[in-house]
Write a protein that binds this ligand. Structure first.
Ligand code: IPE
Ligand code: MG
Length: 228
């Protein structure tokens, strides 16, 4: 979800204005994903690196996260959406952590859209965290080093209950992954658009899905193999 700041600056407004409109765009994206029966939607809300922003903006984003989480969870639950916050949430304030746990608990058994919100998330953090857990099991003697394989890594990382990612959309005109789901994106189709996040609507989402549908996904095979 990139481009909130530029969107507000273009309008001569403070960055907070863009972030608030970014929340509106997020609601639209969730509705679209649920209506289209997309299995999972993972959004990058706050990266491990976003702490480096001016303190005022970080505080504002935390406050916005807290308010939105508190205000939206019931609606998500009513719509059978399973909410999962991924990332190093231990660095958040106690009250935010409590809200996160309550949201997980409330929506845990929902069977509709899996909505994952990456907060204080970094792909490198995720891989490092999984590596630490695996190493600990090896040290404890509950795991043989020979049993460390790609499947085990996948199971230990965030989003382990979901299949590999099909499509990554980045708004805001930059062609980067910016430490998002590095492992999980291995075979994802990458879609970049200049549209700034607050302007990203159902039509923009549909364009991205259409682009995805037009791709031939070979997973290392030849075109002839997969079309035969
Ligand atoms: C994305 O918009 C939202 C967050 C990272 C929280 P930005 O705040 O990065 O917007 P730009 O890139 O400055 O326009
Ligand atoms: Mg940005």
């Amino acid at each position: 979800m990139d481009g909130n700041g530029r969107w507000s600056e273009q309008k001569g407004k403070h960055r907070v204005f863009g972030h608030k409109h970014g929340v509106k765009a997020l609601r639209k994206a969730i509705v679209f994903a649920a209506e289209q029966k997309i299995q999972a939607l993972t959004i990058f809300a706050f990266s491990s690196e976003n702490w480096k922003r001016p303190e005022e903006e970080v505080n504002m984003l935390m406050e916005l996260f807290f308010t939105v989480l508190g205000g939206e969870v019931k609606t998500l639950h009513k719509n059978n959406i399973k909410l999962n916050i991924i990332g190093d949430i231990a660095s958040f304030s106690d009250r935010l952590q409590k809200k996160i746990h309550a949201a997980h608990l409330l929506t845990a058994n929902n069977t509709g859209l899996a909505l994952n919100v990456a907060a204080n998330y970094g792909g490198r953090w995720d891989i490092t965290n999984a590596t630490r857990q695996i190493a600990q099991q090896a040290v404890d003697g509950s795991l043989n080093v020979e049993d460390i394989n790609e499947a085990l890594l996948t199971q230990t990382l965030s989003l382990s209950e979901l299949p590999d990612i099909d499509l990554m959309i980045r708004t805001g005109g930059d062609y980067r992954i910016s430490n998002f789901l590095l492992w999980q994106l291995a075979y994802a189709e990458l879609y970049f658009t200049d549209t700034l996040w607050p302007d990203f609507d159902a039509q923009s989402f549909q364009l991205a899905v259409d682009a995805f549908k037009s791709k031939e996904r070979r997973f290392g095979q030849t075109s002839a193999q997969i079309t035969s």
